[in-house]
Every structure is written in structure tokens, then in C-alpha cells.
Design a protein around this ligand. Structure first.
Ligand SMILES: [Ca+2]
Ligand SMILES: [Ca+2]
Length: 234
């Protein structure tokens, strides 16, 4: 009898479950819906401004790299940033430093596109909490730095919810690196960035080398029955 009752209880619970076709809503104990990751990260940055604080030294003709520096960390990393800039210039790059306050990835992309159209921009480094593009093409929302690397594509957000559904001609024209320790908690953002610049300088000047050890990576072979394979390299 007890077993029968349990079966009936489970059957009733199943029958009262979420009907098909109605999305599950996640709420906290007060019935509030969770913010999306995009909204929690990108909302409230304020209006956009860009201050060009460093331009290429002399008549440097090298490929241009822009350092996009979050204004919130800028005062705390000026020394390390200067070292980083010098290291890159010694390798033949022309460097501009843009101090970025607020805004959106679209604001930054507009400025990068203008720079790209006028000259020799080849790449950018985002330092601190620099906005990125966001996408949802049916697999959930995710950040996409390709948005800042593509200088001539069209990105579609047909319902204006801040998430692109598709893009065309989206292959990158420039590269983008990112130094974003913003959400780490074991040291402050400026401490971690300064440590990075210190190690980077040591590596570029030969004071530090990388240990020889295997590195697992995924290799992509389009058209193969097993398009992704894991391999090791030294
Ligand atoms: Ca959208
Ligand atoms: Ca492109």
C-alpha cells in the first residue's frame, strides 16, 4: 500500500510539473528574476569617453597596437603600463594608449574602426574591465571579443536586447588580447596587472623563461569525421 501511494505521489508530482513549451524561470527567495550575465556586467558603466594619453614615439612606422585601459585601474598601473609600452616598442610596434571611461563595446569598436580605416592598426590589448560584445544565437548568451576584432562586418541585434543573433563578414581584421583580472578575488585588480607587467617584462628581456613541458591542445580538422582531436605539443 505504501509503495502504491509513493507511485501515485510521484505520478501526481510529474503531472503537475512544468508543461512542455513553457521556459523555467529562475528566481531568488523573494521571487525576483536573476539578471543575465550581460546585464550584470555591462549595465551602469555610464557615458563613454576616450582620452588618448600616449601616442607613438617619434616617427615610428611600425604596426600600430592600441592599449585600451580601463580608467578605473589606470592611476594604479601607470608604471607597469609604461614598461609594457616600452617593451612593445622595442619589438617594433607603434603604441597608442587610450584611457576608456564607461560606454559600450560599440563605442570602442567605432573608435577602433576609425583608427583601422586611417592607418596601420593591427591589434589591441584590453586592460581592466573593458566592455565586450554579447551574443545569443540559440545557445544562450556569451561574450564575444570577435566583435572588437572585426572591423568591416555587420552585426544584427533584431530585437534590440543587447545580444547579437548573427553577424556577417565577421572574420577578424585585427587581433585583441585581454588582461581582465576584474573578477578575481585573491588580490586587487591593480596588483594583479602590475604583477603581470613585471613578469611580462622579465620574459621579454630574457630574465625569465618558460619551462619545457607538454601542452595539451585541441586540433580542429574541418570535414574530418572527428573534427576535434586532443593532441600534445612541447
Ligand atoms: Ca538580440
Ligand atoms: Ca571582418
Amino acid at each position: 500500500m505504501i509503495r502504491f501511494s509513493l507511485v501515485v505521489l510521484f505520478a501526481a508530482a510529474f503531472a503537475r510539473g512544468v508543461p512542455q513549451g513553457i521556459p523555467i524561470q529562475y528566481m531568488d527567495s523573494r521571487g525576483r528574476e536573476c539578471s543575465s550575465t550581460r546585464i550584470s556586467i555591462e549595465t551602469g558603466r555610464g557615458s563613454y569617453s576616450r582620452r588618448i594619453t600616449e601616442t607613438p614615439i617619434g616617427a615610428t612606422e611600425g604596426d600600430l597596437v592600441v592599449l585600451l585601459v580601463d580608467a578605473g585601474v589606470y592611476p594604479g598601473i601607470t608604471g607597469g603600463l609604461s614598461t609594457f609600452q616600452n617593451d612593445l616598442e622595442l619589438e617594433g610596434y607603434a603604441i597608442e594608449v587610450w584611457e576608456i571611461q564607461g560606454g559600450t563595446a560599440s563605442d570602442i569598436r567605432n573608435d577602433l574602426q576609425a583608427e583601422y580605416a586611417s592607418g596601420s592598426l593591427v591589434g589591441a590589448m584590453a586592460i581592466g574591465d573593458i566592455p565586450t560584445g554579447w551574443m545569443d544565437n540559440g545557445y544562450g548568451e556569451y561574450p564575444i571579443d570577435m566583435y572588437l576584432m572585426d572591423m568591416n562586418g555587420s552585426w544584427t541585434d533584431s530585437n534590440s536586447d543587447g545580444l547579437f543573433e548573427s553577424y556577417s563578414n565577421g572574420a577578424p581584421e585585427i587581433w585583441l588580447g585581454r588582461l581582465t583580472p576584474t573578477y578575481l578575488t585573491f588580490a586587487s585588480e591593480t596588483e594583479l596587472l602590475n604583477l603581470y607587467f613585471e613578469k611580462n617584462h622579465a620574459y621579454r628581456t630574457g630574465a625569465m623563461s618558460l619551462p619545457q613541458r607538454p601542452w595539451p591542445m585541441k586540433k580542429h580538422s574541418p570535414g574530418s569525421p572527428t573534427p576535434w582531436t586532443v593532441c600534445m605539443t612541447a
